[in-house]
Design a protein around this ligand. Structure first.
Ligand code: MOS
Length: 697
């Protein structure tokens, strides 16, 4: 069950909401007592090790498990022939070991179950699978014959949109830029690889899962195993990051539950990091064509943003990279669209700021190119194009402080001292440059339930107990929800006990889309207010009607990111010297954890700009970069000076807590800010990431 470390008291005496309260589970994490999914080991626990398809496309013609089963401690080898039959889930990537089909290299074709981890692993290596191999195609090109316009992009956005007459506006514009930016696939690679432990107790399934949302996992398992959700408990007590890859149920929890059902033993499945690229999603590659028609004064007449991307043959997932161009700038004609082709690749999925991270890289680099072409300051160019209303929908913004972020960032960064001419600053062999880019991320919220109970008033322990199936993926969700409760109840922070991270708790949406705090916080706020006003002892609430009653506004967080880089004129090595983000994201509820979210996102953006890159092997299929030796995430030494600030934003059209969500916006403007700084340093545009030394010189 979810535990709560209420012994960790925050000494802040001021207003509890907004204060930099310490993480409640911080002590448990740093002392190693916080248990993650793989650290739950029920008595008699067996271990599962999956067998990944060794061909890029085709079908399994036979599985010879004799050698594997001959090993001491071997319990079972599950294949499509003997595995439990599963109901069809909404997400077909989970329909495992049900058919012989191999849609891509790395797809699971068997599960070895043994007494120990070592046995299971040795068994998996001893399983001999034969295949009927078919031709494969993993190469995305912008003239691929299989490309089509999807009805919807990820997130439910329309695939294609047009406002005004893009073609006419573009043709008539005095300045026209037609630019193509290319991004490779990227991988989430959370610190804690995906893992699950499953136990059947009678007809009740208990799963300890590394997930961003235990409720969606329990609902999916109910469908697949033909159970009532009440017969399932999913625990996601501590989660070592997910960045979207744990936003949906993943193979380990399905395999563990299947293995446990088949062997009548608890089964634990821990994916080695090398397996993650094939089975837990990736940010899809994009080829993005930006066409911008500008007037002499820098205002935009036309904005075209057309995205080409891939999905798998298992399911359609369309990276919504053109969507930010429906939000950011006013132009008389705006065309945004997506084309996708289903290739024999692993299925792409959510990765921190899906759509926005990719799309804003291209849009914000293109804006920098417009500024250069028109000899305009890039901040001034953006200020001249901030729209009155959301361009695509025509809705008013609930609040919009991009201009303040740009101005405040410019002041803090010392932008006015910048010589706009590229390639003019040097420090020995190092070329120096600075760049700026805007950020945006939509404000999302989902209905949630929560309960609060009054315990005791004699000071002998927590006075209130809040329960909600929120998930703390490292963000500090427990802490900020306790702050919201304490604030509403008018009590100190340590008077509130909070339980999160189990599907047995009041139902709540996942930690995703930067919507967690707003969604859970709304329910916690409502429950605590009702308890205070009613004087009762226990209150359970549901915010479905409150969320549905929201007025029609365009709700977005905005920000501005500033970067200073050096580029070595001989080696091409780019180093970030300074990185500054200023954000307008509604009310900031915990200054400490918010700062961590912002700089964490910016660090991930730095990785996207300079080090992170994945590629598909056209000959063998599947990803080449499988671990952190091949897929380079930034280290501490890559991030010398990083800082985040925020504008005090009071937006009455959000939710009772007043926050917009902060988990994703930090990554969004960072790649373009760094890329623009590299152009300023070197005078060269690259229009692709990451900016590795071979590219830069
Ligand atoms: Mo985030 S990519 O919505 O977990």
């Amino acid at each position: 069950m979810a535990v709560d470390d209420t012994t960790r008291t925050d000494r802040t005496t001021e207003r509890v909401l907004g204060s930099p309260a310490l993480r409640r589970e911080g002590r448990a994490k740093v002392t190693g007592t916080a248990r993650y999914a793989a650290e739950h080991t029920p008595p008699d626990c067996a271990y599962g090790w999956p067998v990944a398809a060794a061909v890029p496309h085709g079908s399994v013609t036979g599985v010879d498990a004799a050698d594997a089963m001959a090993l001491p401690g071997a319990l079972a080898v599950l294949t499509h022939e003997n595995a439990p039959r599963l109901g069809e889930p909404d997400d077909p990537t989970l329909h495992l070991l049900q058919t012989p089909r191999v849609p891509h290299r790395g797809w699971y074709v068997a599960l070895a179950v043994g007494e120990t981890l070592q046995t299971a692993r040795e068994m998996a290596q001893a399983v001999r699978v034969s295949y009927d191999e078919e031709p494969h195609d993993v190469r995305l090109t912008d003239d691929h014959p299989g490309l089509y316009h999807p009805e919807q992009a990820n997130g439910g956005y329309p695939g294609d949109r047009e406002t005004g007459d893009f073609d006419a506006e573009y043709a008539a514009a005095p300045h026209r830029l037609d630019l193509t930016y290319t991004l490779s696939p990227l991988h989430n690679h959370p610190m804690e690889p995906h893992a699950a432990t499953a136990v059947w107790e009678g007809g009740h399934l208990i799963a300890y899962d590394s997930s961003q949302g235990a409720t969606p996992v329990s609902e999916t398992l109910a469908t697949m195993f033909g159970l009532d959700p009440k017969q399932i408990t999913v625990v996601a007590e501590h989660v070592g990051g997910g960045f979207g890859s744990k936003g949906t149920p993943r193979p380990p929890v399905v395999l563990a539950a299947m293995g446990a059902k088949h062997t009548s033993r608890p089964v634990k499945v821990m994916l080695p990091r090398r397996e993650l690229p094939s089975v837990v999603g990736h940010r899809a590659p994009t080829i993005q064509r930006l066409r911008i028609g500008a007037r002499d004064d820098g205002t935009l007449a036309a904005l075209g943003h057309e995205v080409t991307t891939h999905t798998s043959t298992v399911k359609e997932f369309v990276e919504q990279a053109a969507v930010p161009s429906r939000v950011m700038y006013g132009a008389d004609g705006i065309r945004t669209g997506h084309r996708v082709v289903a290739l024999d690749v692993p299925t792409p999925s959510w990765m921190r700021a899906p759509g926005d991270a990719s799309g804003m890289y291209a849009l914000e680099c293109a804006m920098d190119e417009v500024a250069t072409a028109l000899d305009l300051d890039p901040i001034e160019l953006r200020l001249r194009n901030i729209p009155e209303r959301e361009p695509d929908s025509g809705k008013p913004f609930s609040s919009h402080h991009l201009a303040d972020c740009l101005r405040e960032g410019a002041r803090r960064f010392g932008w006015e001292r910048r010589d706009p001419r590229p390639g003019t600053r040097r420090d020995g062999d190092l070329l120096l440059g600075t760049g700026v880019a805007a950020s945006t991320y939509p404000v999302l919220v989902a209905p949630s339930t929560a309960s609060v109970q009054a315990l005791r008033a004699d000071g002998s322990g927590p006075a209130y107990h809040v329960r909600v199936n929120a998930t703390d993926i490292g963000t500090g969700a427990r802490t900020v929800l306790a702050q919201i409760a304490a604030d509403q109840l008018g009590v100190p922070l340590d008077a509130v006990r909070i339980d999160v991270g189990s599907s047995d708790l009041p139902t709540a949406p996942l930690a995703g889309g930067s919507s967690g705090t707003a969604s859970w916080g709304w329910a916690v706020h409502k429950a605590c207010r009702e308890l205070r006003e009613s004087g009762g002892s226990i209150v359970t609430v549901d915010t479905t009607t409150d969320v549905q009653a929201q007025e029609e506004y365009a709700r977005h967080a905005f920000g501005a990111v500033f970067a200073e880089v050096s580029a070595d004129a001989f080696t091409g090595e780019v180093r970030v010297r300074r990185l500054l983000g200023v954000f307008a994201a509604g009310r900031i509820l915990n200054a400490r954890t918010a700062r961590s979210q912002f700089i964490g996102g910016m660090t991930m953006g730095l990785g996207m700009a300079l080090t992170e890159h994945s590629s598909l092997d056209t000959r063998l299929g599947g990803f080449v970069e499988k671990d952190l030796a091949g897929y380079h995430v930034p280290t501490h030494a890559d991030v010398p000076d990083i800082d985040a600030h925020w504008i005090e934003e009071h937006d009455p059209h959000l939710n009772p807590v007043g926050g917009k969500g902060i988990g994703e916006i930090g990554i969004v403007g960072t790649p373009a800010a760094i890329a623009n700084a590299v152009h300023h340093a070197t005078g060269r545009r690259h229009r692709q990431l990451p900016l590795t030394p071979d590219l830069v010189v």
